[in-house]
Design a protein around this ligand. Structure first.
Ligand SMILES: C[S@@+](CC[C@H](N)C(=O)[O-])C[C@H]1O[C@@H](n2cnc3c(N)ncnc32)[C@H](O)[C@@H]1O
Length: 358
């Protein structure tokens, strides 16, 4: 590549080099150029159409160097997000490095299920700001219909009419003024925890056994992550996401109670890891993949422990491998009810959602 190179030429060069390395997804060439030129995809398309890149159609030397560097690394097989150190999840850019699993598209559905659940079952617009909301206590609404029924049984007056003021005091009543309490186990980059905290009224405790992963999550909580769409702020210094170094439930306060426990645990069978794509097995930490000999190691821990940390009517939402629904629901059926298996957009079983029996 010479010093003065036109955008259209370098675009073709990038596509050809990637294709030679077996990478044929055109989106990769687009992403690589967008990253190097600090523009978004629609800007890239328009510049390619008009032949303009703001420098009379020619890349600067520095831009050329960046393209080459990214291209060399990508052609060696290193995933783009691990090269550029950020990955989009639920519309936000998250910092990633070799110590965390790069957030996956499928996992957005897990975050979305939790967000939907909180927005449906917890006080929304009437919830006061964090400064006024008590951090502990209050009751989880559970299912609104159920909550009202239980409250009616315990609180209705002689005419069978339940005063609104009593409805909030039943065993599964509306937690007026309280945020939903969420535990994100195996948080990694913090993408699930942060996305939930950003999108609904809740407070999230996020755990991981890896100090290095927690350092990434902390960075994602604390700092502005500039993205190619012009920079977006995650939740700067938010007290709404608390990080804990913990081997699953071991370092949690045994008195802690949550309304929702969410987890995307490592779920690949140990013996299958070597057969995964190079981009996964060589660049995502083994700790984030290895689910033990049968892939179920973490689901077994969750099945044995999670109910102790859930409020009455508490809910557990777990990401699973496409072939694990039967095994995981079997593990959970003793202590949980309302078992649901939710499919991802590709039609594969992806999430198990259950409600505690207590
Ligand atoms: C599949 S990744 C999920 C990361 C992130 N939640 C996501 O969805 O992108 C699993 C995470 O579990 C963590 N992990 C592995 N063993 C653990 C354990 N015993 N206790 C807590 N976390 C663990 C790994 O460090 C990794 O960050």
């Amino acid at each position: 590549m010479n010093d003065k190179i036109k955008l259209n030429n370098i675009y073709n060069h990038v596509k050809e080099t990637l294709a030679d390395a077996g990478i044929t997804d055109i989106a990769e060439a687009d992403f690589l150029l967008c990253e190097a030129l600090k523009i978004n995809r629609s800007e890239l398309m328009s510049k390619l159409l008009t032949g303009d890149n703001g420098h009379n159609g020619v890349l600067t030397k520095q831009q050329g160097r960046v393209v080459n560097k990214l291209l060399r690394e990508r052609a060696k097989g290193r995933p783009l997000d691990k090269i550029v150190k950020h990955k989009n999840f639920y519309g936000q850019e998250f910092y990633v490095n070799k110590n965390v699993l790069s957030p996956r598209k499928e996992t957005e559905l897990l975050a979305e299920c939790v967000i939907d659940f909180i927005n449906k079952h917890f006080v929304g617009a009437t919830t006061p700001p964090a400064s006024q909301a008590p951090l502990h206590g209050g009751e989880f609404i559970g299912n609104l219909a159920e909550a009202s029924d239980e409250a009616k049984i315990s609180s209705s007056n002689s005419r069978g009419v339940t005063p609104a003021s009593k409805l909030i005091r039943g065993p599964a009543a509306l937690p007026v003024g309280r945020r939903a309490r969420v535990l994100d186990l195996c948080t990694g980059s913090g993408c699930v925890a942060i996305t939930i905290a950003k999108n609904c009224k809740c407070e999230v405790t996020a755990c991981d056994v890896s100090k290095k992963a927690l350092a990434v999550a902390r960075k994602n909580i604390k700092y502005k992550i500039s993205d190619i769409n012009g920079g977006s702020c995650l939740i700067k210094n938010s007290p709404l996401v608390k990080l804990i170094l913990s081997d699953m439930f071991k370092s949690l306060n045994p008195k802690d109670r949550f309304d929702i426990i969410v987890c995307n645990p490592p779920y690949i069978k140990s013996g299958n890891i070597e057969h995964l794509d190079k981009e996964v097995k060589d660049y995502d930490p083994r700790l984030s993949l290895d689910g033990g000999a049968d892939g179920l190691k973490f689901y077994k821990i969750i099945a044995g422990e999670a109910h102790k940390f859930l409020n009455p009517n508490g809910v557990l939402m777990l990401e699973i491998g496409f072939d694990q629904a039967e095994a995981v629901t079997k593990l959970l059926k003793n202590k949980y009810k309302n078992i649901e298996v939710i499919k991802d957009y590709g039609g594969q079983d992806r999430i198990v959602k259950v409600k505690t029996k207590k």
